[in-house]
Design a protein around this ligand. Sequence first.
Ligand SMILES: [Zn+2]
Length: 466
Amino acid sequence: MQVGLKATGGTLFAIGAATVALLAPSAHAGAGGFSPGSARSGDPFFPREGNGGYDVQHYGVENSYSPGKRRLRGATTIDAVATQGLSRFYLDLRKHMRVSAISVDGQPASFVQRDGKLAITPAAGIPDGDAFTAVVSYDGHPRPVVDPDGSSEGWFTTDDGAFVASEPLGTTSWMPCNDRPDDKASFDFDITVPKQLRVASNGTLTGVTRTESKATFHWSQPEPMATYLATTTIGRFRFLRSSQDGIDSLVALDPGFGRRTPAPFKRTGEILGVYQKAFGPYPFGSTGAILDPGPVGFALETQTRPIYASPPSTYIHAHELAHQWFGDAVSVSRWPDIWLNEGFATWASWLWEQHLGKRSLHATFRKAYEAPLSKRFWGPPPRRLGGPKNLFDSSVYVRGAMTLEALREKIGNPAFYGLLRSWVSDHLYGNGSTAEFIALAETTSGRQLDKFFRIWLKRTGKPKRW
Ligand SMILES: [Zn+2]
């Protein structure tokens, strides 16, 4: 994500602890080794978002949107594997999407929808290790989620459809899911809209089915994706196709921004070329961008195809493309590790600027280090954020990037670039943590680095010696 004008105006989203307790599973296993899965992920920042007891393999999202009525109807098929014997399990979905029916392995399941959770009791217990398929049918008027920093994300209604960008919690505003970044899955989207509109999503557009009045856009995202990176943005797009550094590209362009590909998107191939050399092969089968005037002040690295509400600078586009490696292919396990996304993407756009001959990495670091900056610039430390309201503070970006540049200068280019490439290949399509990154940095460089990372990531104030 790159925050420009922060979309605020919301109040803090208060969730009643008492009602959460009603949904909490009991600790003991029932007869036959079946017990309820957890209704919590336990993430330090968003503990009640996401669930336990199963591992999602695939989401098949079949949605139909009527822009005139602002109404979304659909059914999502969730293929999962039980990681315990399950008598009941939970999914995340906001209450404005009203669930009408749920089946598990073809049998009707009973369910309760409350406080952003679906508590689902299948007709029979699901044995540990068994694959199962849940189909959730719903109908509602989607609207954004307001999260603890006061910003909004998820489904935004636009003049001609919807702008959909969901980091960190917004996917639950429009589809049921296990909303935690460490339960990644492949996705297929079959999204039906009035025939004059188009749908821009993740991965590859595999086909369009038309009736007299409607069009269904079929998108496939075969590589695993964290739920917050999903989008089904709807509008009067032009689709501009090209090849960028050998990768199929599709840019979805709102015609209000003209007929031609905006200049930063024409440089996608050059940017990806710099990154493929530095970080290893581009991790997905397609690239591109979505440019749609949405009521948000941020850009987001929606997987394969970053989304923008206004034309970005090439620097911002380079930031979102870097996230395809750092954030999308390798995702955080837990949200307090967000510097692994934002610090890395910021450092990568410094690398892009160095490639352009604008300023060396070292000079960018010195400029940031020596600027007469407020205390706010240095804090909170990137790995000691203090809470979810600071998730996208500027220190996560700039001090996070400075951490990487200080590391490069400490361990040298061969070890540093070897580290970045191993980080991507070791955790490809999965997740990583700060502790794992530090351990890999020490192995790759043969250096003791825990003090270095403590100073840069956890110590209050401006680092002096490292
Ligand atoms: Zn970002």
